[in-house]
Design a protein around this ligand. Sequence first.
Ligand code: GRF
Length: 219
Amino acid sequence: MRVAILVSGRGSNMEAILKAKESGHIPEGEIAMVLSNKKDAPALDKARNFGVKTVFVDQKPFKGNREGYDSEVLRVLRENNIEFIVLAGFMRILSPVLLDAYINRIINIHPALLPSFPGLHSQKQALDYGVKVSGCTVHFVDKGVDTGPIILQAVVPVFSEDDEDSLSERILKYEHRLLPRALDLATRGRLRVRGRRVLVDDEIPEVQYHVLENDKRES
Ligand code: GRF
């Protein structure tokens, strides 16, 4: 299955996918292209280092015209025979132009346990709310903001010493495991969407609760 990864920034999740691909963990997915809405996104250089085709689609000419921009993205995706899309830090809300063309074929990684703390700055939202656990979610993308059917989640503890950076860093480690794994499941046809529920047909537990040794509070 030909996959495009859409990015806007650093690209650490994209890199996790490319590494997983290199080490044989996504056998049925071909990472055919990385597309960015930001010309200077560090993700683009990283992708080139992996020998992956990169495309920059400028959003400036489409100010206030979400459908126009998405139509241009769709044109590029179709030109490259893309069948599946991963949003990996792509900082745009998708319009029906893309959603309708790729129904249940777009996934996103979000750094919180949805449906809690959708939108931006979710790690700060979680800290400010005072939750004791947070984590990350891979979900299918629908027309809402971070509202689509949930594929996989991982849980991490929140410690009283945490600030936004330390919590983000702890969550990110799990993002890097979860997103490649969800892509592998999707490209191997192991996900079935039933309303809001995504049935995962695989041997590894769907919900993964990990506490790394390093994350444990020093006593
Ligand atoms: C990640 O925290 C992801 O969950 C969120 O945006 C961030 C992107 O980071 N959607 P990176 O570009 O993958 O390093």
